[in-house]
Design a binder for this molecule. Structure first.
Ligand SMILES: *Cc1c(COP(=O)(O)O)cnc(C)c1O
Length: 367
């Protein structure tokens, strides 16, 4: 498929390295770096990105689900891998791959300790998440004593890290709320350190937390979107390099006479002579249908070509009336962060959804 598909997502490995080093430079040397490569490294390419980060000396990797971790191990990734959201029913699959679970409830904690016991293993590394306000996954602060009593005097698991996740680290209007989360987490950490007499890695901040809350870097930071070129505002983003370039070619050009229509449901009806170009990428590839009808655009010959009519599953038709181009010419869906942010805004979403939404049908090419 790689060789026959002309629509490609090019991955710039040097940009990943630049972004990694940019965030490293914000940390004191003792602070560890966890690279988040869930969801195919935010739509880029999980194995390729994990290999780059491993070579650059990342301390930890994280994915959301167990199968994502297994894919990394099968590709030869050796760094510790934190599974952020394992499910009780499939926890035993972690063991043969040395994948380290986030255990976020008594239900999964007990189940995992049973699995380890059954497998005759000892001191298996685990991570415990506390819910300090996101109300998504994690133990409550009132659970701490019980967690401590479970982990005391047992041999099955070793508490490698404790963590929590910030609700609104990018939003400085929520500074007071965030500070409460930081304080609550520090209190939980202190209790665990005092009562268990161990020093698990403490981690709290995602990309925008690293940028906005230097006092909360603690022992490790968890950077996702920043590695792929997006900071929490235009100023931070401008210091990062763009990683993914989504490009294609013009399949066919049509001349449309006044009164003729383009695409399904005749959503575009021409009032003048129009030249349209058909591009082999559609809503099945992550081009949101909201981008149709001149909301979204691609770039051809450095000019914006707006989408005419509805986005099809495998194609879009764009307006090239005033663009000097021919069949076979190169088309950029996005080639920089501004393109991504702009298309995201125009389709009513955010950069995270835009880049993770590029379908697996499109080959990823490392350059
Ligand atoms: C996805 C995720 C991150 C990374 O967040 P970014 O904003 O992309 O840096 C960090 N921590 C947890 C728990 C996550 O789920």
């Amino acid at each position: 498929m790689n060789k026959t598909h002309v629509t490609l997502l090019e991955i710039d490995s040097k940009a990943v390295i630049h972004n990694f080093n940019y965030f490293k430079s914000k940390l004191i040397p003792a602070t560890k770096f966890l690279g988040v490569v869930k969801a195919f490294a935010y739509g880029n390419e999980a194995v390729a990105i994990a290999e780059i980060l491993e070579n650059e000396g990342v301390d930890y990797l994280a994915v959301a689900f167990i199968d994502e971790g297994i894919a990394l191990r099968e590709a030869g990734i050796t760094k510790p891998i934190l599974i952020l959201h394992p499910q009780k029913e499939t926890l035993h699959h972690l063991l043969p791959y040395q994948l380290e679970p986030n255990l976020y409830s008594f239900r999964v904690l007990h189940q995992f300790m049973d699995e380890v016991k059954k497998a005759n293993l000892q001191h298996y590394p685990i991570h415990i998440k506390f819910n300090t306000g996101l109300n998504r996954l994690g133990f409550k602060s009132t659970d701490v004593d019980e967690v401590i009593s479970i982990l005391k005097d047992q041999q099955e698991v070793y508490l490698t890290s404790i963590f929590s996740h910030l609700v609104a680290s990018e939003d400085l209007n929520e500074r007071a709320f965030t500070q409460n989360q930081i304080d609550a987490f520090n209190e939980i950490s202190k209790k665990i350190t005092d009562k268990l007499q161990i020093n698990p890695i403490r981690h709290l901040t995602n990309t925008s937390g690293v940028i906005n809350y230097p006092d909360a870097h603690l022992d490790m930071v968890r950077v996702g979107i920043g590695l792929y070129g997006f900071g929490n505002d235009a100023a931070e983003t401008s210091k990062l390099k763009n990683v993914g370039t989504l490009k294609s070619t013009i399949s066919q050009i049509h001349t449309i006479n006044p009164g003729e229509s383009i695409g399904y449901n005749r959503a575009f009806i021409s009032s003048e002579m129009v030249k349209s170009a058909t591009i082999p990428i559609g809503h099945a590839d992550g081009i949101h249908r909201n981008l149709g009808n001149k909301v979204g655009y691609v770039t051809i010959n450095n000019q914006q070509a707006f989408i005419l009519g509805n986005v099809c599953m495998d194609m879009i038709m764009v307006d090239v009336t005033h663009i000097n181009c021919k069949e076979g010419d190169e088309v950029f869906i996005f080639k920089n962060q501004e393109n991504v942010e702009d298309l995201a805004t125009r389709s009513g979403t955010i950069s995270y959804e835009m880049i993770t939404g590029i379908s697996q049908r499109i080959p990823r090419v490392l350059k």
